[in-house]
Design a protein around this ligand. Sequence first.
Ligand SMILES: NC(=O)C1=CN([C@@H]2O[C@H](COP(=O)(O)OP(=O)(O)OC[C@H]3O[C@@H](n4cnc5c(N)ncnc54)[C@H](OP(=O)(O)O)[C@@H]3O)[C@@H](O)[C@H]2O)[C@@H](O)CC1
Ligand SMILES: Nc1ncnc2c1ncn2[C@@H]1O[C@H](COP(=O)(O)OP(=O)(O)O)[C@@H](O)[C@H]1O
Length: 287
Amino acid sequence: MIRPIALTEPVRAALSKRVDAHKFDHGHALVLGGGPGRGGAGRLAARAALRIGAGLVTLAVPPVAVAENAARLDAVMLAPVPDGYSLRGMLADPRISAVALGPGLGLPRAREMVPAALWAKRPVVLDADALSAFEEDTELLFGQLRPDCVLTPHMGEFARLFPDLAAAIRAGGDAIAGRADAVAAAAARSGAVVLLKGAQTIVATPDGDLAVNDATGAQASPWLATAGAGDVLAGMIAGLLARGFAPVDAACAGVWLHAEAGRSLGPGLIAEDLPEALPGVFRALGI
Ligand SMILES: NC(=O)C1=CN([C@@H]2O[C@H](COP(=O)(O)OP(=O)(O)OC[C@H]3O[C@@H](n4cnc5c(N)ncnc54)[C@H](OP(=O)(O)O)[C@@H]3O)[C@@H](O)[C@H]2O)[C@@H](O)CC1
Ligand SMILES: Nc1ncnc2c1ncn2[C@@H]1O[C@H](COP(=O)(O)OP(=O)(O)O)[C@@H](O)[C@H]1O
């Protein structure tokens, strides 16, 4: 059974902030960024994590990229993190409640940072290069994953991690039922929540929960097909994980809010606009 993703009342209520809470009550998301000139994707993710309500967000970048990012960040905090060893040191702080990595990370840095991020046993979003980096050794990745990890591949990244399941999707003419079966199998195989992006985004958990957000027909949001929109989604999910959302709820609410932000902006939207549209989406929801 595949359920449609909806913003339920408990999820809507959990998105609001308690009147007497302080920033640390809303979690601290750590987003890893890439090297000089490749920082846009990480910044987009970090901004989205903050806009969706994480109390604090830190972007962790190689020391050579600190100057570039310092010139581009204000509310998002910045930390130099040269290697996996220093990432582990940073994650000794128990207040860091979720980690996102992959956007703009580069494959070599992803190969080093993913094991360090997973070592800390915090909820983790793996996107983009954090997935592609394990194309040649998927078992190495799957062996480290847990049900509180959320993988957010687009179809190209999905095919790198699950080539047989991607082939089955293609053989079925990319039909929704075939996509859903493949994503369910991917979640069971990897042991993580798997979110396959697209106009119809599918979310599956290792224990068999299966959901779809159908952004076609009346709910179409075709201007989301733009560079960086997926980096924003990864940051949104990380922000929700940092706030304490269960992994499947973070994935589903993230997808729903992302599509809603896209629809509220409409034609002309670019990725930078999506985090900035969240206050309007929240207002419309009465949050
Ligand atoms: N502003 C920034 O800084 C941005 C930085 N970014 C960063 O760039 C890095 C590379 O990420 P990437 O996604 O651009 O490229 P890559 O991993 O090579 O995969 C692309 C290939 O996969 C295939 N493909 C099949 N289906 C597909 C689908 N549905 N959607 C998309 N692709 C699909 C398709 O192959 P085709 O099907 O055309 O043969 C295509 O050639 C990564 O770090 C990312 O975070 C970007 O996020 C953009 C904004
Ligand atoms: N035609 C479409 N309709 C609705 N949503 C789309 C469409 N195309 C892409 N998206 C959404 O936009 C985002 C694109 O992510 P991704 O492919 O990872 O791009 P990038 O790597 O440039 O950030 C995903 O959330 C995907 O579901």
